[in-house]
Design a protein around this ligand. Structure first.
Ligand SMILES: Cc1cc2nc3c(=O)[nH]c(=O)nc-3n(C[C@H](O)[C@H](O)[C@H](O)COP(=O)(O)OP(=O)(O)OC[C@H]3O[C@@H](n4cnc5c(N)ncnc54)[C@H](O)[C@@H]3O)c2cc1C
Length: 493
């Protein structure tokens, strides 16, 4: 039986254990090594909708998972103060209006605006309107909502561990002292623990977090640093007691330097500030964070340091890095856990049952790279597309050079309003539109499809779309009511 050794028991490690054991368990001998003394980052608490597919594939029951992780629903992210101080928009997970094969909905809406009607683009998105109203259900009438979750990261890792161990994964507690390699092939042979125990394996999954102990430190795979595009290198996280019913969205509030997250769970709130040590001192960051939270603190503020970027390869020789060991784009669009999940699915599909060929690894690396570059561009967009001039931080972002791929996208949108799905179909056309327009990038022209019909028919179809959404939002229960019946966390848990 092929021996798989997972190094690290954070979200990435336990997701890998759960994924591999649930799908390929009978073909593999899986062990996971983690060190209680090192601990996990424990802050990945906001997610995006494809997580539901991963759970489905892994036979994870949504209601059980939500109860055990005190999860709430997430319909999008509210961005405050990004385009300008005082601005606010929601990047929702929903579809906006109805597109045609010829043109996107925002282009019909722009025509309506030119003709003096149509209201706000936000009026045409069910998920967005539900978020604003604090309402939620997985389905209303015949419409399924597109949603993700806010979850407790520590509980999530515990939950995945329980599932993995039940599926046969063996957990070994211990500190990895040395990574032993084969002299000739350079492949990893074993992990030596400080207890003296030697963990041998055929395939090693590096989930050791930012340290990247196997892929980075031992195999020497270089790190591509993207901090010239994404300046943040530090975060401070703190948990507070909930003072109000949870809203079904994450809040990302920009400050003069950096930004702050607010993630509401069933019984507490996760808060944190993301900043760049070039523009803000640790003390300033802590004070900014603490003066913008509500509710008593449940934990002491905890600082995390990181580099934004990606390993040049995630799969090298017989080692595959997942999670922070493979790369990190700051948490603005909650994409990190998603990247772990897609990498696990990719690994399962490309699993090296035969010879460990470079071709498999190349394919894996190519797909992984395209995906993380897509996330990188999307996150950079939020910083670059700003009109803020109130700090060195925003001035530096506003005027910086951006990757060609993103510059191309922005130019076409600004000139023609044209948007296309990204290469990995991660962010929908509507995601790009909501962020670009939400931050004040208004196209100079747009497709003429909206002019093909007369004014009355465009007016009528927009009014119908809007009233259908309003009716559905009316019928939805509040987010809290839905949680109470669908997935309440056990009392006193
Ligand atoms: C500030 C911040 C906010 C974030 N917010 C989000 C978010 O909202 N949404 C999202 O999707 N993602 C978010 N992330 C990312 C998310 O937290 C991670 O992707 C996720 O937790 C996976 O982390 P990991 O398992 O790779 O690493 P870690 O949690 O760091 O786990 C590393 C593991 O390796 C083990 N280990 C390390 N060295 C050794 C050793 N020598 N011997 C034995 N064991 C060892 C540790 O014990 C631990 O178990 C955020 C990250 C940061 C920094």
């Amino acid at each position: 039986m092929l021996k798989v050794v997972i190094a690290g028991g954070g979200t990435a490690g336990w997701l890998a254990a759960c994924g591999l054991s649930s799908r390929l368990g009978s073909l593999l001998d899986i062990r996971l090594v983690e060190s209680d003394t090192i601990g996990t980052v424990g802050v990945g608490e906001a997610t995006i909708p494809p997580m539901r597919n991963f759970h489905r594939i892994m036979n994870i029951d949504e209601q059980e998972f939500m109860r055990e992780t005190q999860a709430t629903f997430k319909l999008g992210i509210e961005f405050d103060n990004w385009g300008e101080v005082g601005d606010s928009y929601i990047h929702s997970f929903g579809e906006i209006g109805q597109r045609s094969w010829m043109a996107e909905f925002h282009e019909f809406w722009m025509e309506a605006q030119t003709q003096g009607f149509g209201g706000s683009l936000e009026d045409y998105c069910l998920e967005l309107q539900a978020a604003k109203a604090g309402k939620f259900a997985t389905q209303i009438d015949d419409t399924r909502l597109n949603f993700a979750f806010h979850l407790d990261a520590t509980r999530y890792a515990k939950y995945l561990r329980k599932k993995s161990e039940a599926a046969g994964v063996r957990r070994i507690e211990g500190l990895i002292k040395e990574v032993q390699k084969d002299q000739q092939s350079g492949e990893i042979k074993a992990l030596l623990l400080d207890s003296g125990e030697l963990i041998e394996g055929d395939l090693f999954i590096d989930c050791t977090g930012f340290r990247s102990l196997l892929l980075g430190e031992s195999l020497g795979v270089e790190f591509d640093d993207w901090s010239h595009w994404l300046f943040s290198d530090r975060a401070i996280a703190v948990q507070t007691e909930a003072t109000e019913e949870p809203v079904p969205y994450t809040r990302a509030t920009a400050h003069a330097s950096g930004w702050q997250w607010r993630i509401p769970l069933q019984t507490r709130v996760g808060n944190g500030i993301v900043y760049s040590s070039r523009f803000m001192s640790d003390e300033q960051a802590k004070q900014t964070l603490l003066s913008n939270i509500s509710g008593d603190m449940i934990t002491e503020p905890r600082q995390l340091k990181y580099r934004t970027g990606s390993r040049q390869k995630s799969w090298h020789k017989n080692c595959i890095a997942l999670g922070l060991a493979s790369g990190f784009i700051e948490p603005l669009e909650s994409t990190s856990i998603h990247l772990v999940m897609t990498a696990i699915i990719r690994l399962i599909r490309l699993f090296p049952f035969g010879d460990l060929t470079e071709a498999l690894a190349d394919r894996f690396n190519q797909e992984t790279r395209t995906e993380i570059e897509t996330v990188r561009d999307f996150v950079i967009l939020h910083y670059k597309q700003t009109h803020r001039t109130d700090s060195d931080f925003w001035n530096a972002y506003r005027t910086m050079e951006i990757p060609d791929t993103l510059a191309h996208r922005l130019e076409i949108f600004e000139k023609n309003a044209y948007v296309w799905p990204d290469d990995v179909a991660l962010f929908r056309v509507d995601s790009w539109v909501q962020v670009m327009m939400g931050q004040g990038l208004n196209p100079r022209s747009y497709h003429g499809a909206g002019k093909l019909n007369n004014k009355a028919s465009l007016q009528q179809s927009l009014a119908k779309m809007k009233s259908l959404i309003d009716e559905k939002v009316q019928k939805l229960p509040t987010h809290q009511q839905f949680i109470n019946h669908y997935c309440p966390a056990p009392q006193g848990d």
